[in-house]
Design a protein around this ligand. Structure first.
Ligand code: DAH
Length: 327
């Protein structure tokens, strides 16, 4: 004979809903529950005892069922392991975002794209011919000194490109004017200080047509850079020498802002620009008597430093999340 009061005690002591479910199953499972079986067995009991046994069983059936129900309610209050606690605060999902540099590159492509500029690409391992010679910088040219170069060991006349300008050459060899293109990418030089890094980013631009002038150059650059910086900034153009343009200019931007910095109020050089030198056009088979245009090459880190008041360019590459999460 089953001792029903043992079950009653087990129910009272149960610690979890799972434990209760197991007892419930043991007693009331349709197939082999103890109570189910006992009730089924009533028909085999002598008629004189049947009534009393049935009464007793029904009493226990009711008692155990309500004990189970009560205990379920009690455990459902939150101290059991398998109930859902809808008040629990789950950790919020962390979402990543683009690093400042690729984000800026996308913006460059978008802003110039709206002005009709095609986005071009070129290799980071470049030939000396494209990185220097065809850009009017022969091997004995003093301008090479300013671009301390990483030469590729064992591969003759090959460099990590020191500028994005060789993409001008590649583009002009493959396309017929008129055209407008920009090319963002990585460049490499043996430099390292607060405003120079051995790897940094530039974007190059080129616009060739029948009557493109310095006025167009100024208009395009001031419009695009104002939009890229996201606020009115003071720019200035001054003459500068680059062998692949004539005349050549440098474009500076005023370093403004709230941070205490010795550069406050000083001009920061953004990049070079000018009218494409006739020698360069000749080098790629474009007739300089028929076509003319401008080119420009800008650092990407510099406008970002101004925009976000970042005093040291090396912070971009250190991968310090405390720095990166600010933007
Ligand atoms: N490539 C030059 C540099 O890295 C920048 C530059 C100057 C690019 C004048 C140009 C340009 O396209 O016209 O210093």
């Amino acid at each position: 004979m089953t001792n029903w009061s043992d079950y009653e005690q087990r129910i009272t002591r149960a610690q979890s809903s799972a434990e209760l479910d197991a007892i419930d199953h043991e007693l009331f499972s349709r197939k082999a529950g103890l109570m189910t079986e006992a009730l089924k067995a009533l028909k085999d009991i002598d008629a004189d005892k049947r009534k009393e046994t049935a009464k007793d069983l029904n009493m226990w059936k009711g008692k155990l069922s309500s004990a189970l129900e009560e205990k379920h309610k009690e455990l459902g209050g939150g101290n059991n392991n398998d109930a859902f606690d809808i008040t629990l605060d789950l950790p919020t999902q962390e979402r990543g975002h683009l690093h400042l540099i690729p984000e800026f590159i996308r913006k460059v492509e978008e802003v110039f794209g709206r002005m009709g500029f095609d986005t071009a690409d070129g290799p980071e391992i470049e030939t000396e011919e494209y990185n220097f010679n065809k850009l009017n910088v022969p091997s004995d040219h003093p301008a090479r000194d300013s671009q301390d170069t990483f030469w590729i060991e064992g591969v003759k006349n090959t460099v990590l490109r020191t500028q994005t300008s060789p993409v001008q050459i590649r583009y002009m060899l493959e396309h017929k004017p008129p055209f407008r293109m920009i090319c963002p990418g990585k460049v490499y030089r043996k430099d390292s200080d607060a405003t120079h890094s051995p790897m940094f980013h530039q974007f190059e631009g080129l616009m060739i047509g029948k009557d493109i002038s310095l006025a167009n150059l100024k208009g395009v650059l001031v419009t695009a850079l104002t939009e890229l910086i996201g606020r009115e900034v003071e720019f200035r153009f001054r003459t500068g020498y680059f062998p692949f343009v004539e005349p050549g200019l440098e474009m500076d931007m005023m370093w403004q802002g709230d941070i205490e910095d010795s550069r406050e109020g000083r001009w920061l050089e953004m990049g070079g620009c000018g009218m494409v030198h006739p020698n360069v056009l000749n080098n790629v088979g474009i007739d300089p008597n028929e076509w003319q245009g401008f080119a420009f090459g800008f650092g990407i880190e510099r406008p970002l430093m101004i925009k976000h008041q970042i005093p040291d360019l090396r912070s971009f590459y250190e991968g310090d999340l405390r720095f990166l999460r600010q933007f």
